[in-house]
Write a protein that binds this ligand. Structure first.
Ligand SMILES: *[C@@H]1O[C@H](CO)[C@@H](O)[C@H](O)[C@H]1NC(C)=O
Ligand SMILES: *[C@@H]1O[C@H](CO)[C@@H](O)[C@H](O)[C@H]1NC(C)=O
Ligand SMILES: *[C@@H]1O[C@H](CO)[C@@H](O)[C@H](O)[C@H]1NC(C)=O
Ligand SMILES: *[C@@H]1O[C@H](CO)[C@@H](O)[C@H](O)[C@H]1NC(C)=O
Length: 181
């Protein structure tokens, strides 16, 4: 009987771990729409996120009728928060989009928990620098999730020194639609 209970217990633990709500394929795109906050930003080319064109902060994602995504971003131009609207066309491939911004870029969803966080991986077609982004539904997230993101970055060849914690800088939150701060 004890053994049976132990087995049952282990099964439950395992089932829970296997079903933590993180999706890595067959994305339900309407579920990724809505408000997000940029949490971590990483690149093998640190300049691009330190003070370059790729230092941007998400506000929300919406889904257009033609399956493209509209992503409202903010970026700083000469220190001033500026809106950066991006239209990202679907490639037809699961979670993969293209966006014309400072060149032709392609990005994919690596993983998402629709109610909590999403991780994107972007590669510039030609000079192929890498960019990884962690967004969350709340302005900040758990250290565990941040650590997991750093590990994912390392898998994609981005060292942890090149991961920037945007929760510690001005993310242009005051510039958002309804003034969420
Ligand atoms: C997201 O993660 C939370 C906490 O791990 C979990 O309770 C929830 O079910 C997940 N959400 C979805 C939509 O899977
Ligand atoms: C970013 O670059 C601009 C122009 O090159 C420079 O004026 C500014 O001081 C830089 N800011 C930071 C934080 O490095
Ligand atoms: C989808 O619609 C948006 C908004 O009308 C447009 O900017 C974009 O070019 C369209 N994309 C495709 C692939 O038709
Ligand atoms: C991305 O590649 C294009 C060429 O398609 C290049 O002109 C552009 O500078 C690159 N963008 C960045 C941010 O490096």
């Amino acid at each position: 009987m004890k053994l049976l209970l132990l087995c049952l217990g282990l099964t439950l633990v395992c089932a829970q771990e296997g079903n933590s709500g993180v999706v890595r394929s067959n994305f339900d795109i309407p579920e990724i729409t809505g408000e997000w906050f940029s949490i971590l930003l990483a690149s093998d080319d640190r300049e691009k996120i330190e003070n370059g064109s790729m230092r941007f902060f998400v506000e929300y994602i919406s889904l257009l009728e033609n399956s493209s995504l509209f992503i409202k971003m903010h970026t700083k131009v000469n220190g001033v928060c500026t809106e950066l609207p991006l239209t990202c066309d679907s490639t037809g491939e699961d979670g993969v989009y293209t966006v014309s911004y400072d060149g032709e870029n392609k990005f994919r969803i690596l993983q998402v928990n629709y109610s909590q966080h999403i991780i994107f991986y972007l590669e510039n077609f030609s000079d192929s620098f890498k960019l990884l982004e962690l967004y969350a539904r709340e302005p900040d997230t758990s250290p565990e999730l941040k650590n997991e993101f750093v590990e994912i970055c390392q898998k994609y060849g981005v060292v942890k020194e090149n991961v920037i914690d945007l929760t510690k800088v001005d993310r242009c939150l005051q510039a958002r639609r309804n003034g969420v701060a």
